[in-house]
Write a protein of this length. Sequence first.
Length: 218
Amino acid sequence: MTTARETVLGRVRDALALSGRVPDLEEDAAAPAVPRAYRTGRTLPDPERLELLVDRLVDYRAAVRTCVAARTSEAIAEALREHGARRVGVPAGLDETWLAGYDGEVLRDSSDLPAPRLAVLDGVVTASAVTCAETGTIFLDGSPDQGRRALSLVPDLHVCVVDLSSVVVGVPEAVARLVPERPTTLISGPSATSDIELERVEGVHGPRTLVVVIRTDA
């Protein structure tokens, strides 16, 4: 009995024979080498990298706060108060001192907590793995201080802390810092889409509001 694979390859052979070329299909089936000559290793001084990132984030309608590491808790608390967040979720491994200035309710996430329960949160605070200045994209990799994907997608407000030392120029530089086996979430501004009339609608697939706290000396 002829298999589906043999039938398909037979038809390919017939078609190629008509064109005057009869290749070795098994040899041709091997994946061709893909050139990986990406631009890598690009750098910019800290002030220029920061300026580029802020420009991209603001263009994506994200709110940006800059602070030194010693004022992390103050910057986070101000962002949460500004948006009226009284109950926030945090990854299990988030630095506890980051919430020292916040007087609301804090829920530490765990894998045992059903995702639907995250909907009662006013916001979430996470760290980040790496950030691409050129595209304004923040990468979360599921590390203990970033948590599972649901935690950063369900609440309507996301306060994300970015260390300037983790900000790179372009996408190749960002990808080079990631661990391929880790679950990666890419964030470029608040969640948004457009309806059939091209009207922008925010908060459809994730947080409606993104606040990025950039620690300039970390």
